[in-house]
Design a protein around this ligand. Structure first.
Ligand code: SF4
Length: 389
């Protein structure tokens, strides 16, 4: 989309859209192409929404720059209603801050729908959203593809989402494509050790009770890439040749992979007598450890409640009997053991943050008990508590 900062240079290659090289277009042609032919939605919708203008004005601006026909208002209301914005006609007069994060993302998708681009680049559009909103946005993208035939480039590090939405997958590492294939083949039979390791890192019900796999080390600096394979320092399959020679892309099962193992001229280093070299890739490449025995309980939460808008104490309740308090957390029990990682999962407003704040003594509980290393949390001295938590 030619949105790179000024210090970025494109020194080679081309990017053709409808037979024309985007990299060679002039500013005016580029402006016409953006929105109409190719559009982008960002992880943070505020990157594309101006906080000082009403959303109707912003949509009108996009419409005027890229469309010269039809009734803007009718199209805009339809697009907003289509992405699930209630009272769409009235909400056109609202400012971005009057919407939730998920709604803002839907508004930026609605603006895109309005322009009906041939290609949509969606840059991690669901990363900042909870699972329910993520499902809604994915559904919208699917509809966009089915109803309008829009081609989508979905940028993500979330393999589960990619598997749900994408037909083809391109895996990149250190600025290069390391594997490309249709989604089914790539997830069923990952050919590159990096893809294989990523797939191993996805939690699976088949590995219940086992620690998640991890990929050791870090991505190398893009300004000091090694002369051989960029993944060699982290690859459990690396051989001497990997550090000496950078692998090229080789055709593989209808796609392509950048790894010496799949290059018939290099594969000798991995050959096990009686088996093809590619068989080496079929073994898990990342370390999967068996869960350690249970350790001592560090924090125990029992029947914890935090209600807002409820008078505390019997007399106060008698004098100001408010009904319907907000039950931010209501009867939580959990145990966190030393060295354990506890995943607290839920939609926005499900009480996760309040629970964390009560555990940190930033809010007082309405009722229930919390013990820290066997002691009542309320009775631990402030200094000791801050030192240990
Ligand atoms: S070329 Fe070697 S280091 Fe690179 S991914 Fe393949 S096996 Fe691993």
């Amino acid at each position: 989309m030619r949105l790179l900062p000024h210090n970025a240079e494109i020194d080679r290659g081309e990017a053709a859209l409808k037979g024309r090289d985007i990299l060679k277009l002039g500013e005016e042609e580029l402006r016409r192409m953006r929105g109409r032919d190719i559009a982008m939605i960002f992880q943070d919708p505020m990157q594309s929404l101006n906080p000082t203008f009403r959303i109707g004005s912003q949509m009108a601006e996009a419409w005027r720059s890229h469309q010269d026909r039809g009734d803007f208002h009718a199209h805009a209301v339809k697009a907003l209603a289509g992405v699930g914005i209630p009272d769409a006609a009235e909400r056109m007069a609202s400012f971005p801050h009057e919407f939730s994060g998920g709604m803002r993302q839907r508004i930026s998708i609605a603006t895109t729908l309005l322009l009906e681009p041939a290609i949509l680049v969606a840059d991690e559009p669901t990363s900042a959203l909870d699972v329910t909103l993520e499902a809604q946005i994915l559904e919208l993208l699917k509809q966009l593809r089915e109803k309008h035939g829009t081609a989508i480039v979905f940028v993500s590090h979330d393999l589960g989402t990619v598997a749900q939405l994408c037909d083809r997958v391109v895996v990149m590492y250190a600025g290069r494509v390391v594997e490309e294939n249709d989604a089914v083949t790539l997830f069923d039979n990952p050919a590159h050790p990096y893809t294989r390791a990523l797939v191993d890192c996805v939690p699976s019900r088949y590995r219940r009770g086992m620690a998640l796999a991890t990929i050791p080390g870090r991505v190398p600096s893009l300004s000091a890439l090694p002369s051989g394979c960029s993944f060699a320092e982290r690859c459990a399959m690396a051989r001497e040749i990997c550090r000496e020679e950078a692998p090229g892309l080789v055709a593989q099962s209808g796609g392509a992979v950048r790894c010496h193992i799949h290059d018939p001229a290099r594969a000798e280093a991995w050959r096990v007598p009686g088996r093809p070299a590619e068989a080496a890739i079929a073994v898990p490449l990342t370390e999967v450890r068996v869960r350690e025995p249970e350790r001592e309980a560090l924090i125990e939460v029992r029947d914890l409640r935090k209600h807002f808008g409820e008078a505390s104490g019997f007399a106060a309740r008698l004098l100001s009997p408010r009904r319907n308090p907000v039950r931010a957390i209501d009867g939580i029990n959990l145990t966190l053991r030393r060295g354990e990682v506890l995943g607290l999962v839920g939609e926005s407003g499900s009480g996760k943050t309040t629970l964390g704040e009560v555990m940190l003594r930033l809010q007082a509980a309405t009722s229930g008990d919390i013990t820290f290393a066997g002691k009542d949390l309320r009775r631990i001295e402030e200094k000791e508590f801050r030192r240990r938590v």
